[in-house]
Ligand binder design. Structure first.
Ligand code: 0GY
Length: 302
């Protein structure tokens, strides 16, 4: 499979390996992006980074190569609240992609209905300081109540140290709340450490909270190299993802995060990422829930 190279950014893996792990039929890549192409869908003026272009065609090629049936395309901050690239990708997917958008309070009801028709089923609130200037919480609450009426959910992205401060805000959200990348734990602090315990407690106390158990390549300290006796990459992330999957098997999602924006040290091989899944979801039953049943329940109810 050939990907066109881009300039000025660390490229995604141009020839990802074919995974050894066979995904269950109907598997959903529940966290990935499309970027531009910038000459058709320009990046937002207020963006904090400029990504490499990553088109819908390239995403769909990767989907087929890895063995996924469907995609959930998540609006990234580099496109701001201009959801045109996302909507175009969903509309071009033949019903095989749904999406998560970003909106501000000035979005009209007609625009929200239009997004719904295109396949959007959620909005994303981002609290990662290096990525966005924060939207005021009263505005987010207003948006949350409006999208709740459409049956959508809210995806939240934050760093683990910020959970205590965000706890009450998240607790008040009127929808299903999906946390990106397990709330980005610091894996050096241990799976039984206070910070991750707080996240587990957050999920336990809030039955509407789900987690993506994605992005070992972002969370790992040991990185992509396999070492003797522990022959797989990102192994320090396994206990974290496995704990969340085994404790909350009906509230977890998995995604590649292609094309992996803002990774500076290495670009993951997407086939290797897929091969990581069975280390964290070791049984067929867990894999079926993680990759098929849960995302279908959240995104393809109608
Ligand atoms: C991710 C992670 C990142 C970026 C964004 O919206 C974004 O720009 O989500 C990141 O830099 O950690 O989930 O793709």
């Amino acid at each position: 499979m050939k990907f066109q190279k881009s300039l000025g950014w660390l490229d995604w893996c141009p020839e990802p390996s074919r995974p050894v792990f066979r995904l269950p039929d109907g598997a959903v890549d529940a966290h990935c992006h499309v970027f531009g192409p910038g000459d058709i869908f320009p990046y937002a003026p207020e963006r904090k980074y400029t990504p490499c272009d990553a088109s819908k065609e390239q995403l769909f090629t990767l989907r087929d190569h890895l063995g996924f049936a469907r995609n959930i395309i998540v609006q990234a901050t580099c496109h701001g609240t201009d959801n045109r690239a996302l909507v175009d990708a969903c509309r071009s997917s033949g019903g095989r992609a749904r999406g998560v958008a970003s909106v501000r309070r000035n979005v009209t009801d007609a625009e929200l209905r239009e997004l719904h028709t295109a396949g959007i089923r959620g909005v994303r609130f981002n609290f990662v300081r290096r990525l966005v200037d924060f939207t005021p919480k009263d505005e987010l609450q207003e948006i949350a109540h409006r999208v709740a009426e459409l049956g959508w959910h809210i995806v939240v992205y934050f760093e683990s140290v910020d959970l205590p401060e965000l706890w009450d805000f998240f607790s008040g959200l009127p929808t299903t709340v999906v946390v990106d990348h397990m709330g980005r734990p610091d894996v050096t602090k241990g799976v039984d450490g206070g910070e991750f315990e707080l996240f587990v407690r957050f999920m336990r106390e809030h039955e509407n909270v789900w987690s993506k158990v994605s992005c070992p390549e972002r969370l790992s300290v040991v990185g992509p190299r396999a070492v003797k006796g522990e022959a797989f990459p990102y192994r320090d992330v396994v206990p974290f993802a496995r704990r969340i999957i085994e404790t909350f098997p009906d509230r977890v999602l998995w995604g590649t995060d292609w094309p992996h924006p803002n990774l500076k040290d290495h670009m993951p091989d997407d086939g290797v990422l897929v091969d990581f899944i069975p280390h964290t979801a070791p049984t067929q039953e867990l894999q079926q829930k993680l990759l098929v049943d849960n995302p279908m329940r959240l995104y393809w109810r109608d």
